[in-house]
Design a protein around this ligand. Structure first.
Ligand SMILES: NC(=O)c1ccc[n+]([C@@H]2O[C@H](COP(=O)([O-])OP(=O)(O)OC[C@H]3O[C@@H](n4cnc5c(N)ncnc54)[C@H](OP(=O)(O)O)[C@@H]3O)[C@@H](O)[C@H]2O)c1
Length: 289
């Protein structure tokens, strides 16, 4: 029997990649919604949608993701990243659906010196990170059978993201300052969507928190140099600077590499290196332009 899947926030980066992967999957009856068709902050609408469409599995790709703006927009950020997750959890519990929810490396403080595991203590330093941590807690309290996938440094051909910004700035400017003391791993949204599909199609539902990013480690400076090298941009000089020379409204974690051992072992997932996936994504972006 076809599984009824609900993908919320389907017009975002991850949501679009879920659309791509589900396009040919006839065994699933997929519902793609965004704020115009299902506002997840509207509890009544969420309960009604999940009940009336007999949803089996919800992949929550909707979130408040503007990290700096969140510092001045705490109420809406919490409404979306905490209360709305409660709506999804409550409806899932009522009508027997399962939830895959996406969270972030920003739940950590960034003071680690080795990759964060799912057992490490959270200690968010920003409004975005705090609301995402509270959303995780809310979900597990109401629907403890859920799966949470924490990811980091997401990019894709869709919407606004670091890769698209650096391609644009690289083409327009002679030089750019980029921070070199924040370390993490870029994640192609298509790879995350593929990992979520592996979870959905796995023979057994294994609840819990999982970490997912692409393989490898780099700074935003290294990431920018790779973006420009792959795109053939040579006219823009990229200069490494420290975070204190590039202040932002929300403080970024200095180290946010995620340990992916658990998701790889549990679901048999093979993860590409970030540079390999970056090449593929830049090819799609340039072909679309
Ligand atoms: N982007 C990153 O670097 C990053 C890093 C780590 C983790 N994550 C997590 O990964 C997940 C996916 O991120 P993403 O980059 O794909 O996000 P995104 O591109 O910002 O997409 C989020 C989508 O949710 C929609 N949305 C906003 N309010 C809504 C509402 N009330 N009801 C329904 N939909 C609503 C947004 O619409 P509008 O565009 O109209 O607001 C957008 O289409 C999120 O949980 C995020 O926290 C992201």
């Amino acid at each position: 029997m076809a599984k009824n899947l609900l993908i919320t926030g389907a017009n975002g980066q991850l949501g679009n990649e879920m659309r791509n992967l589900l396009a040919d999957r006839r065994e699933f009856n997929s519902f793609f919604t965004d704020i115009d068709s299902l506002d997840i902050t509207d509890a009544k609408a969420v309960y009604h949608f999940i009940e009336s469409n007999k949803i089996d599995t919800i992949v929550n790709c909707a979130a408040y993701t503007a990290v700096d703006k969140a510092e001045d927009d705490m109420v809406l950020c919490a409404k979306l990243n905490v209360d709305a997750v409660g709506n999804i959890a409550g409806a899932a519990k009522n009508y027997g659906a399962r939830v895959i929810h996406v969270s972030t490396d920003y739940v950590f403080d960034g003071y680690n010196y080795q990759p964060y595991t799912e057992d490490d203590d959270t200690n968010p330093k920003t409004t975005y990170g705090t609301t995402k941590r509270d959303g995780e807690k809310m979900l597990l309290k109401i629907a403890p059978d859920s799966i949470i996938v924490r990811t980091a440094w997401l990019y894709s051909p869709y919407g606004k993201n670091f890769v698209k910004t650096m391609l644009k700035l690289g083409a327009e400017k002679d030089s750019l300052n980029v921070v070199c003391d924040q370390i993490g791993t870029p994640t192609c949204a298509a790879d995350l969507a593929a990992a979520i599909m592996s979870i959905i199609t796995h023979e057994e539902w294994i609840p819990g928190i999982y970490h997912f990013s692409d393989e490898g480690v780099c700074s935003w400076y290294d990431f920018t140099k790779a973006i420009h090298r792959i795109a053939g941009i040579s006219s823009c000089k990229v200069k490494p600077v420290k975070s204190k020379e590039y202040p932002t409204r929300a403080i970024r974690p200095l180290y946010s590499v995620l340990d992916k051992s658990k998701i790889k072992q549990t679901f048999g997932i093979e993860i590409p290196h970030w540079e390999e996936s970056l090449e593929k994504c830049i090819k799609v972006i340039t072909e679309n332009n």
